[in-house]
Each structure stands twice: as C-alpha cells, then as structure tokens.
Design a protein around this ligand. Structure first.
Ligand code: GRG
Length: 277
C-alpha cells in the first residue's frame, strides 16, 4: 500500500509523511478485505483489484484523519498512536487527508481502466465512490453525527447517521469489488444488502466498544461518544448488542443466493460479531 503513495521524502515532505503515517498504521483493513473478498468470489483475483481495495482504505484513512480533527471529534489517539494532527499539526493533517482522497479517486479510475469490466465503465466506478463519500453519504452522516443533540436522537435519525457515516463506505467497498469482477446487477444488489447491514452492525459494535473497551484494546480514546447520539444510549448495551446481532443475521441471510461462494463474507460477519477492537 505505501508504494501507491508518493515517497515521504518527496516534496511536500510533511504532507507525504502524514499520508504514510495515516495509511500504514495498524488498522483492521475491514473495508479493503470486503472489496477483495467480493472481487474474488466473483472470480477477480488480479493486482488491479488489490489497488482498488487500497483506494477504499485510503478513503477510510482520510475519513479517520478528518474525524479526529479538533473541529470534529478532537481525538488524541488512533490505531494505538497519536492522531495525525497531534503529530503533524492541523493544517498538514487536513492536506494529507485531502491528498489521500485525491489519490484514492485516481487509483479507482486507474484500476477500473485496467480491469475494464463489460457491465461497468470506469466512470460508473468513480461515480459510485463519489456518491458514497458526498453529502448523501459519509459527509452527510458525519454532519448529522456532529450537529445532532443526543436528546433529539430517535431510531430513524440514528439509522441515517450510522448508515451514512459508516454504512456508505462498506457498501461502496463491496460494490466496487463486485464491479471489478463484472458481477451481474442482481449480484451487486446482494452485495449491497450484505454490506449495508454489515456496516450498520459494525458501527453499533464501534459504539459498544466506546463504552465497554479500554484504549489499550481499541487503540483509540474511550468515551469519545459521550456527547453524541448512539444506539447504546438509546437502547442500552444489551439492546444495542441485540440489534447488531439482528443486523448481522440479515447480512448473512442476504448471502443465500451466493451459496458456498458467500462463505468468506459469512466469515467477515462473524469477525464483526466477535470483534474486540
Ligand atoms: C471526505 C472521506 C471523507 C469523509 C468526510 C469525516 C467524515 C466525512 C466522516 C467520518 C466517518 C467515520 C470516521 C465514521 C466512523 C467509522 C468507523 C466505525 C471507524 C472505525 O473503523 P475501524 O474500526 O478502524 O475499521 P480501523 O482503525 O481498524 O481501520
């Protein structure tokens, strides 16, 4: 993955260094694994699919750098190390995040061109990612996450926030993998349904870990959601756990049309169910 970025020694050094710092730290890589698992189950195993998966991780890394900024969550710890702005300053962190995002778009276009699936154009793939990130996707979810008061939160608002700020990138990760492998539209829908439920369950488990796990376990500050609307606040720990389990059940059910080919995705759902970081 670092080979897909400009060298840290290349100008502007601090921005490139911060990009490497953000991208190569010890994340779980769930989203790119989803892209690769989906591409592989539909028969695509080449290097271009790997680059596509790296682009998805770049978008995620960008979102984490922005999410941690003082004007957003003001986090000190991420992936077991100081956040990017704590090391490089706010201006460099912002520029590095934007540069990661830009690199991701370029990489999706390049990979799509190399893959050249029959059913999807390179524009389809770039457009798909852009829609997932925009104000109707991650940005929209993040905006309402920051602006909503916990007392205003109901299930509908929380579902909007979670499915946009987290679910949208899970969906794009899965769908891009399917497009890379030239999956049929019907198969793309199966993947989208799986990824939507998986993403929502993943965010609920993230909220649960925020109250139940230590910074040593998660690699990030605990209690970050104290001022926020979360499913844990609305439903309690047991209620949120039950909802996450139900959503993972829906995710796995939606894989039925894939038969045994869906097993790697079933494994991923199990990982989300059991995760402790
Ligand atoms: C322009 C890409 C872009 C985003 C702008 C800041 C923002 C809008 C959105 C933030 C979205 C966000 C950070 C949602 C939280 C998702 C989440 C559960 C993060 C933690 O994911 P893990 O556990 O992290 O997969 P690791 O470190 O393992 O990769």
């Amino acid at each position: 993955m670092p080979a897909l970025l400009p060298e840290a020694s290349e100008r502007p050094g601090p921005v490139h260094e911060a990009m490497h710092y953000a991208l190569t730290s010890a994340g779980k890589r769930v989203r790119p694994v989803l892209t690769l698992a989906v591409a592989e189950l539909f028969g695509e195993r080449g290097a271009a699919a790997l680059d596509l998966a790296c682009a998805v991780e770049m978008v995620h890394a960008c979102s984490l750098v922005l999410d941690d900024l003082p004007s957003m969550d003001d986090a000190a710890l991420r992936r077991g190390r100081p956040t990017v702005h704590r090391v490089y300053g706010e201006a460099v962190a912002l520029l590095a995040a934007l540069a990661l995002l830009n690199r991701a778009y370029a990489l999706v276009a390049e990979s799509a061109h190399r893959l050249s699936p029959r059913r999807y154009t390179s524009e389809d793939m770039v457009h798909h990612l852009a829609a997932a990130i925009g104000s109707g996707g991650l940005i929209g979810g993040q905006a309402l996450d920051l602006l909503s008061k916990p007392e205003d939160a109901d299930l509908d608002l929380l579902e909007y926030i979670h499915s946009h700020k987290t679910g949208a990138l899970f969906m794009a990760a899965g769908e891009l993998g399917a497009m890379a492998a030239d999956a049929r539209r019907r198969e793309l829908e199966v993947v989208a349904r799986f990824a939507k439920n998986l993403g929502l369950a993943f965010q609920i488990s993230d909220d649960l870990l925020d109250v139940l796990a230590t910074p040593e376990e998660t690699g990030k500050d605990a209690g970050q959601d104290a001022e926020k609307a979360t499913f844990v606040k609305l439903l309690g720990v047991a209620g949120a756990q039950a909802l996450a389990t139900e959503l993972l059940g829906f995710a796995v059910e939606s894989l039925a049309p894939l038969g045994r080919r869906g097993d790697p995705l079933r494994e991923l759902a199990l990982f989300v169910e059991k995760r402790s970081r």
